[in-house]
Design a protein around this ligand. Structure first.
Ligand code: ZN
Length: 286
């Protein structure tokens, strides 16, 4: 039987309405093999990176994880850990988290979110600018490609790309922002290629989830409740996911829930996950 494995690629701040206008062949590939569908950030969740990413990787909402903004102080991640930490510490699986946004990976601003993955790669942007974040994302991708294309047993991984969001904050949602989305898609393509290069690729069944946390106003910026800001999306492909199972209603918390399901792990009721696995034609039995 093939070994199930999961890769989640988080691309910060990508507007759903612009995707059809852009050259994003790798996201299109996920959509064609599985689905790409909207997520409406719920009324209780600020449309900010901190709370949205925390919901995505823990599978519980803000009322439980307690991250309401981009300062993570006071969080309840000890009770509601991210999936890379839970799988490594409670299930003996190998996990990996990589990216350049400090509080996700380091004990800064009340972080980290990724408390104890088996392997962690934090690469700091040299300054707060779109160019520096592009360089950071390039290095993060290269590091993740090295880890993923090796023979290492990485059961579940999370790779964070931040340049798209940074570009919108500095320059609005114009041509630079659109180019940044296309660049992020190429990085997704490099990560997908790394999976195909793995020595045991044919003995593995990969679920790949690409997800964004929130949108942006035209002039750049988010945090409010406008449709542009609160519309996010999830794209996924993998066992049981086909265009005919495209979900009608998706929530950010479903990402972590699907990670567990894809690995054949039945959530303990005490985890009180708010998310549910994406619909599949042939549900897995744990
Ligand atoms: Zn964000």
């Amino acid at each position: 039987m093939a070994t199930p494995r999961v890769l989640v690629v988080g691309i910060d701040g990508v507007r759903l309405d612009l995707l059809p206008l852009l050259d994003t062949p790798h996201l299109d590939g996920l959509a064609n093999a599985g689905f790409l569908a909207p997520v409406h950030v719920d009324d209780s969740t600020p449309t900010m990176s901190g709370p949205c990413w925390t919901t995505i990787v823990t599978g519980v909402g803000v009322a439980k994880h307690g991250v309401w903004g981009n300062n993570f102080t006071g969080n309840r991640l000890g009770v509601f850990p991210d999936f890379t930490t839970r799988l490594a510490t409670e299930h003996g699986l190998r996990t990996f988290a990589a990216g350049g946004w400090e509080p996700l990976f380091l004990a800064r601003q009340g972080g980290p979110v990724f408390a104890a993955p088996s392997r962690l790669a934090y690469i700091a942007p040299r300054e707060d600018s779109p160019q520096a974040w592009e360089e950071c994302d390039r290095s993060v991708t290269a590091e993740a490609v090295r880890a993923l294309s090796s023979g290492e047993d990485l059961d579940a991984s999370f790779v964070y790309l931040g340049a798209v969001d940074e570009t919108a904050h500095f320059l609005g949602c114009g041509p630079e922002y659109r180019r940044a989305i296309e660049t992020a898609d190429r990085r997704l393509g490099q990560l997908l290629a790394a999976l195909r290069e793995r020595p045991d690729a044919r003995a593995e069944e990969w679920t790949v989830i690409a997800v964004t946390d929130h949108g942006h106003r035209d002039e750049g910026g988010h945090g409010g409740r406008s449709p542009l800001e609160r519309t996010a999306w999830i794209a996924a492909s993998g066992p049981g996911l086909t265009p005919s199972t495209r979900p009608d209603s998706l929530h950010h918390a479903d990402v972590a829930a699907h990670v567990y399901a894809a690995l054949g792990i039945a959530p303990d009721p005490h985890w009180t996950l708010d998310g549910r696995p994406f619909p599949t034609l042939t549900p897995r039995t744990a």
